[in-house]
Design a protein. Structure first.
Length: 337
């Protein structure tokens, strides 16, 4: 069975998009299911799909571009820009700690605490979370978990704090900062932080299963994404992203090498982590992943094989069977394995 047929066999309940490129050729480019269930709008290969935490890599790159131009440094402390805000963030937490998920700060969406991803998780109305500064009240009140640098602990708050630091240091709104320093240089013209209450017709709607019915995720997530997740993208734009990243179009090759060097082993995920990027457990294959109410996303890139694969779904678990298949077929069994 070829790859396209194997993917198609896993799409009975999948709504989303899948793309694979190798050595300059597109091997698979497909769309399945509906982008809008209420109106029966079919998914297309050009649909803009949310990537949840997948955009932590873009947040990291925006921050590192500020490091490159001297606006920030890896040693810049969060406190130096937070002032009196978020007093429970330890004074010695740095940009580097935040990028590596080694800050130890308390997390407003703590993934170490068992919960249903489709729960209503936030304590403020979603429409009040449209700007970076509006997140300050949500991030406040979570005690430090461990001393900065002690160990890895995946932290959504850390990347929201990064967005705050980048915005305050640069004087540019975080959404504009990512657009100017990451999306445009990468040629990602169909990607952006769309508002969930004002989606264009090209964007796919996320869904959660509640009381036996599919309902949109508009009340589950911030109305506009930010540093820890929520960007909308296309599979074509993700291919452009990986190519541009390794061409030095976003930050320098030296910075890319720094960000993609593993800082932590994460056995629970079967992976390692650098600065904003997941790294395969035994190979230099990079990944970005996203998981939230009505969103599942995985994109990975092997620079040696010039291989890129992305799968994005509009339910919380829809993308995972296909993502596992792609990694098994394209990474585990590839020639360099």
């Amino acid at each position: 069975m070829d790859l396209a047929a194997e993917v198609a066999a896993l799409t009975d309940e999948f709504s989303g998009v899948v793309r694979v490129d190798r050595a300059g050729s597109t091997v698979l480019d497909a769309a399945f299911g509906l982008a809008d269930r209420r109106h029966g709008v079919p998914m297309t290969v050009g649909s803009q799909v949310a990537m949840a935490s997948g955009n932590k890599g873009m947040t990291a790159l925006a921050a590192m571009s500020l490091v490159e131009d001297g606006t920030l440094s890896l040693g810049t402390t969060a406190r130096s820009l937070l002032g009196d805000d978020l007093p429970l963030v330890a004074d010695d937490v740095t940009v580097e700690h935040l990028l590596a998920h080694r800050s130890g700060i308390g997390d407003y969406l703590d993934e170490d605490v068992e919960s249903d991803i489709d729960d209503y998780a936030l304590r403020v109305p979603m429409q009040e979370l449209a700007t970076t500064e509006q997140f300050v009240t949500v991030l406040d009140g979570f005690p430090t978990k461990f001393p900065a640098g002690e160990r890895f602990s995946y932290c959504n708050s850390g990347f929201m704090v990064l967005a705050l630091l980048a915005e305050r240091a640069s004087g540019t709104g975080f959404h504009d900062l990512v657009d100017e320093r990451v999306l445009r240089p990468a040629g990602m013209l169909d990607s952006g932080f769309l508002r969930s209450d004002d989606l264009p017709g090209t964007a796919a709607v996320g869904y959660v299963r509640m009381d036996g019915h599919w309902r949109t995720n508009v009340f589950h997530l911030p109305v506009r994404g930010n540093g820890d997740g929520g960007l909308y993208t296309t599979t074509a734009d993700m291919h452009r992203f990986w190519v541009a990243l390794f061409a030095g179009a976003i930050v320098s090759p030296e910075t890319v090498a720094l960000m993609t060097t593993p800082r932590s082993d994460v056995p629970a995920e079967g992976q390692r982590y650098g600065l904003g990027f997941w790294v395969h457990a035994s190979r230099d294959v990079l990944g970005l992943s996203g998981y939230d109410a009505g969103v599942s996303f995985r994109s990975f890139h092997d620079p040696v094989e010039r291989l890129t694969a992305t799968v994005a779904g509009t339910t919380s678990a829809g993308a995972w069977p296909i993502a596992r298949l792609l990694e098994e077929r394209l990474v585990t069994t590839s020639p360099a394995a």
